[in-house]
Design a binder for this molecule. Sequence first.
Ligand code: ADP
Ligand code: ZN
Length: 284
Amino acid sequence: MYGAIEAGGTKFVCAVSDENLNIIERESIKTTVPEETMALVFKFFDKFKLEAIGIGSFGPIDVNKKSKTYGYITSTPKKGWANYNFLGAVKERYNIPVGWTTDVNAAALGELKKGAAVNLDSCLYLTVGTGIGGGAVINGNLLEGYGHPEMGHILIRRHKDDKYEGKCPFHKDCLEGMAAGPSIEARWGKKAYELTNEDKVWEIEAYYIAQALMVYTLTLSPERIVLGGGVMKQLQLFPLIRKELEKLMANYVSMPNLDEYIVPPALKDNAGITGCLLLAIDTK
Ligand code: ADP
Ligand code: ZN
């Protein structure tokens, strides 16, 4: 049996499956402080005899095996979690192999192996929610290096009609600062889901996301890009983003058919946890 932890800022999803990813049990645990949340995580896994565990965590996290703080959550503003040795705590408890990556890398792996990108060798997953984060599997490998990608914090060109200053505490008007859910709400003074019929909102949103996808296309050449997260529930964004991306690329390089290239997650909200299980199986 294999264990998986999809660790998010709001909730931790824990699951146990067999080697064919059939879920045996699953539980959602509120993210409070590490002592409290991890006690419940351990209580859940203690019931099983596991071969390996896969963790996909919110970040930033340390994924650099040469680093002294490998396996830590590093600089999150979430109380109690900064400098928390997450991987160490799980390894100490169970003494089995534990896979460790970002939540979005895990989601990319899930979609590649079991979701919208099956039969391909590479897939990029971008979540547009409370924040913006991206992960990728390229030629079968999770995209990691000195650290992990922070695809939400790239710089973008401002829309000519957009006067909003941006919400990123580090960069103000980076992609996340201009296009994540909270920035849409701050710009327009309404919840994002109440703005469905306001065309200008989604024109500007698509303009920013398409620029990001252009950068990822030009730098990483994934075979498919999966767009998830709360904001992407506004499905009218998909055609707007494809159209804008086509315009921006201006036929400079060829891309896959855009209807197949830019897609929603096939695993819906299970992309992350599926990827964590796959990570566990790979880690064994
Ligand atoms: P998180 O990023 O915290 O894991 P979500 O991916 O659900 O969670 O993102 C939450 C953000 O997505 C919020 O800012 C919210 O306004 C926005 N959001 C959630 N549902 C919708 C929707 N149906 N339409 C537009 N925006 C949404
Ligand atoms: Zn930023």
